[in-house]
Design a protein around this ligand. Structure first.
Ligand code: ADP
Length: 212
């Protein structure tokens, strides 16, 4: 199964993709996570991407696409995957279809998580992420049992530098500019499934399982 999760920052792509991937025993490939690893390790890609990310802008297509092609060329993708954070514009969507077609593969389903702006802002500005395992928490909605400590691995929780309200607004603006084209592209090819994503994580997860 090859699935894309589409939706605004804060729509719940990361939270839901992790759970679905685990349950289905397929990979969760998050371009945001891959980029952040590159920034942390100060690779050449990370150094080039960092300023774009901190401003809430998109990292240039050629850099992200090459990173994704490298990831998709590893043999473990045979078990199936969920893409989270890619594609983010029409150019990336077309490129992805080409790369998969070269391997005689294609995307089976595109799950579009549709959340409203006040919910998104509230979710992102309260989000906490584990430095060790990447698990997501929320100060109010999904608080960790112990203050700033991950329930799953005991790692330290932190707020992403691009999760401050001003940067979140910029990320949403960038998302809105590109989203309509992407949604059209996948609905025109009969692959889009829209799910209302304002509700809490558990009921939204149930809906996702119901459609896949
Ligand atoms: P969110 O979807 O919540 O904004 P991500 O972790 O997916 O968070 O992405 C964080 C940042 O990484 C984005 O704001 C952007 O700068 C960069 N990024 C991630 N995926 C892509 C992509 N496919 N194309 C360009 N930039 C990307």
């Amino acid at each position: 199964m090859k699935i894309i999760f589409l939706g605004a920052p804060g729509a719940g792509k990361g939270t839901q993709a992790k759970k679905v991937a685990q349950k289905m025993n397929i990979l969760h490939i998050s371009t945001g996570d891959l980029l952040r690893q590159n920034v942390t390790n100060s690779t050449s890609l990370g150094r080039q991407a960092k300023d774009f990310m901190n401003k809430g802008a998109l990292v240039p297509d050629e850099l992200v696409t090459q990173m994704l092609i490298d990831r998709l060329s590893r043999p473990d993708i045979e078990k199936g995957f969920i893409l989270d954070g890619y594609p983010r514009n029409l150019n990336q969507a077309k490129k992805l279809d080409e790369v998969l077609a070269d391997k005689n593969r294609s995307i089976d389903k595109v799950i579009y998580l549709d959340a409203s702006e006040p919910v998104i802002i509230q979710r992102i500005t309260g989000r906490l992420v584990c430095r060790s395992c990447g698990a997501n928490f929320h100060i109010k909605n999904m608080p960790p049992k112990k203050n700033m400590v991950c329930d799953h691995c005991g790692g330290e929780l932190y707020q992403r530098s691009d999760d401050k309200e001003e940067t979140v607004r910029k990320r949403l603006e960038v998302y809105r500019q590109e989203a309509a084209c992407l949604i059209d592209y996948y609905s025109n090819t009969g692959r889009l499934i829209k799910i209302k994503a304002d509700d809490e994580a558990e009921p939204v997860l149930k809906e996702i399982f119901a459609v896949i």
